[in-house]
Ligand binder design. Structure first.
Ligand SMILES: *[C@@H]1O[C@H](CO)[C@@H](O)[C@H](O)[C@H]1NC(C)=O
Ligand SMILES: *[C@@H]1O[C@H](CO)[C@@H](O)[C@H](O)[C@H]1NC(C)=O
Ligand SMILES: *[C@@H]1O[C@H](CO)[C@@H](O)[C@H](O)[C@H]1NC(C)=O
Length: 313
């Protein structure tokens, strides 16, 4: 591709991501699992439902939704669903919502379910998002912000916890992995009763298992400090089964999928939030820092000229 054209698209991208009016967030689902996933969407009380509350997302498929300002709710992925083609009725093996239909119609995921939780900001407030294993785990899922300002880190769980789930938490033949709260119901695991505060509810050997597999996800109810993320004016991609560049099964914290804010796992050149640049980014953004630099200079020049032109009109 022509370098000038690349620079121009970089400038457009920069302008677009910096000066986009805040109007809620686009949420895009991508299915990188080698099986179909049926996402479920639940809007919290007091916010509107999105265009769907449940749908089929084939392998390699994607679908986007627009969440309005102040929207809050959760997303999850149902697996192993079968719906009768004649009656449209059916159930899912994991994270079913009990609606007996492809749409969840305001019903919540039945645990265990990996959950992505969002509160979208408005002009004055930032977005909050997290991936939670507090209700257990059923499939790998990450959330990646794009085009926002602030910390804007990717979060989620790349690891296959089903493969390392202890027997006492395992569902079926490793279809999903329960939380200790769901499996045993003790107040100390559920952070309820006498354990209903951050001071009294501590990590357990079980929540620590989830945390070490997925360091950025909620592993128990008061895991906020390392599990809640913020960003302003971003759009979000939710990817089921994100690829892990380390080929072995994750038993240690993932080495891919994101940087951790200090850029220690990346080259330090790429935008915060991910290690593997999305394929739509021009190659030079992913590697060639000299051209990025000259493009940045060009961009600044471009913006400066635009400002001077506006001042003189
Ligand atoms: C979002 O919520 C804030 C605080 O409650 C409110 O001031 C604002 O008007 C809301 N924005 C929209 C677009 O509903
Ligand atoms: C759906 O309806 C057709 C036509 O009535 C029937 O032949 C078929 O067996 C039905 N399929 C199922 C899964 O019930
Ligand atoms: C990022 O990773 C480095 C090296 O593993 C660690 O020292 C640092 O504390 C981490 N930073 C955050 C914000 O997690």
């Amino acid at each position: 591709m022509n370098p000038l054209l690349l620079c121009f698209s970089y400038i457009t991208l920069t302008l677009f991501s910096n000066f986009r009016p805040i109007s809620g967030a686009a949420i895009t689902f991508i299915n990188k699992c080698d099986y179909t996933v049926w996402p479920g969407i639940l809007a919290n009380a007091g916010t509107s439902q999105l265009d769907s509350t449940g749908f089929e997302l084939p392998k390699s498929g994607s679908r986007s939704f627009q969440a309005p300002p102040n929207w809050s709710g959760r997303f999850w992925g149902r697996t192993g669903c079968t719906f009768d083609p004649n009656t449209s009725q059916g159930t899912c093996l994991t994270a079913d919502c009990g609606s007996n239909q492809i749409e969840c119609n305001g019903l919540n995921a039945i645990p265990p379910a990996t959950l992505a939780e969002f509160t979208i900001g408005s002009g004055a407030t930032q977005d909050y998002y997290d991936v939670s294993l507090v209700d257990g785990y059923n499939l790998p899922m990450i959330v990646e912000p794009s085009g926002g300002s602030g910390n804007c880190l990717a979060t989620g769980c790349v690891a296959d916890i089903n493969g390392q789930c202890p027997n006492e938490l395992r569902v079926g033949s490793g279809d999903a992995c329960k939380s200790a709260c769901e499996a045993f119901g003790n107040p100390e695991y559920c952070c309820s009763g006498a354990y209903g505060s951050p001071d009294t509810c501590k990590p357990s050997i079980y929540s620590e298992m989830f945390k070490s597999a997925c360091p950025r996800s909620y592993s128990y109810a008061y895991d906020d400090a390392t599990s809640t993320f913020t960003c302003s004016g971003a759009d979000y991609t939710i990817t089921f089964c994100p690829p892990s560049t380390s080929q072995k099964r994750d038993t240690s914290p993932p080495t891919t999928g994101w940087t951790n804010g200090s850029g220690s796992t990346g080259s330090g050149e790429e935008p915060t939030g991910f290690n593997t640049p999305p394929s739509w980014l021009p190659d030079f953004l992913a590697g060639d820092s000299i051209r990025v630099l000259s493009c940045s200079v060009l961009t600044s020049t471009f913006i400066a000229s635009a400002i001077s032109i506006m001042l003189f009109i």
